[in-house]
Design a protein around this ligand. Structure first.
Ligand code: PAP
Length: 339
């Protein structure tokens, strides 16, 4: 069979035929309340239906090099920030801060989601990319293929209350910006909260997802770095040092002296990125159902849940979290900011 340098042979295995995708997908339980995206129950997680063929393709074909870096997050846990920090750190010798790719590209353009790379009909040959390359994914740990365990994984999580509030806003924003003639009803915050608490939210259950990476970070700390949004917000500089070391490019004494760490933190700060023209763009892509870049920059605060959840709701979610994480050594209690 003829092979192209761009695609991994054998060619026929590089495609999930649309028919197979549809057949497989349509056998999975569906849930339509999180408009504008349907969710399907795939391997114990509620995944956006539109990404399931890509998940399957990733599971069969993602074969990173040990030098590659995979950023994984639960949706709305600071993915955009982590992408920007990692990209700016890894490529700091290639670009100046005054003419940096992050000034004219969104962090999502600089670091692609595997779910997007594998959403095409052809399977990408990622080995043609420079080594190391940074990829990102929202995949729960049990859904990662064995081959993904060879690369370094950075996992970022966030307090479930803030994650939920951010998620709900993102879906509302997406629904409004992506709706055409179908003016679907939004998901009421209370109903969304109930669903999130039951694990029926995009990428959920939240706790199973966090625990998967938490446990793996304990088992293989040299390969999985577990980060928390709240801790990074509190001390971005020392977390960036940790990240740089983990991804294999620690800051030199000279760089420390010259303030490079602080410069990267500043470049990637919420206030800086949000004000850039490229990130202020309010245009959604209807064709591939992509929300506008601006929807990834809402408030960027720790504890914004107090403005949306009652104390009763917060206590209820905290209690569920405590119970689900019991015995794991992981807790979100210290990240709770009380009003
Ligand atoms: P994704 O998982 O859908 O890719 P993600 O970046 O995790 O998106 O979610 C956006 C959240 O990160 C938003 O949180 P909020 O709704 O509570 O405000 C967004 O504001 C926040 N965020 C984006 N960029 C930054 C940044 N540079 N620093 C801190 N927080 C950020």
């Amino acid at each position: 069979m003829a092979s192209s340098p761009n695609y991994a042979p054998p060619f026929s295995q590089c495609f999930l035929s649309p028919r197979n995708q549809l057949t497989l997908q349509h056998q999975l339980p569906i849930f339509n309340d999180w408009s504008p995206f349907s969710l399907r129950h795939y391997q114990s997680f509620w995944m956006p239906a539109m990404f399931i063929p890509a998940c399957m393709a990733i599971q069969s074909h993602f074969n990173p090099r040990p030098s590659d870096i995979l950023l994984v997050t639960s949706p709305k846990s600071g993915t955009t920030w982590l992408k920007a920090l990692s990209f700016a750190t890894l490529h700091r010798h290639s670009f100046s801060f005054s003419d940096h790719p992050l000034l004219s590209n969104t962090p999502h353009q600089c670091v692609p989601f595997l779910e997007s790379l594998f959403s095409h009909r052809t399977i990408p040959d990622l080995n043609v990319l420079p080594s190391p390359t940074i990829f990102a994914a929202h995949l729960p740990f049990p859904l990662l293929p064995q081959s993904a365990l060879s690369c370094r994984i950075v996992y970022l999580c966030r307090d479930p209350k803030d994650t939920f509030v951010s998620l709900w806003h993102f879906f509302e924003r997406s629904r409004i910006s992506l709706s055409t003639e179908d003016k679907s009803e939004g998901l009421d915050l209370n109903k969304a909260f109930q669903l999130f608490s039951q694990g029926m939210a995009p990428g959920g259950p939240f706790w199973d997802r966090v625990l998967g990476y938490w446990k793996e970070s304990l088992r293989r700390p040299e390969k999985v770095l577990f980060l928390r949004y709240e801790e990074m917000m509190e001390d971005p500089v020392s977390h960036l040092r940790k990240l740089a070391e983990f991804i294999g490019c620690p800051f030199s004494t000279e760089e420390e002296k010259n303030g490079v760490v602080e410069d990267i933190v500043k470049l990637c700060s919420f206030d800086n990125l949000r004000e850039l023209k490229v990130n202020k763009d309010n245009k959604a892509s209807l064709e591939d159902k992509r929300p506008p870049p601006s929807s990834f920059f809402r408030k960027g605060k720790v504890g914004d849940w107090v403005n949306y959840l009652s104390m009763e709701m917060a206590e209820s979610l905290d209690a569920i979290t405590k119970e689900k994480l019991h015995g794991s050594g992981l807790s979100f209690e210290s990240s709770t900011v009380l009003p």
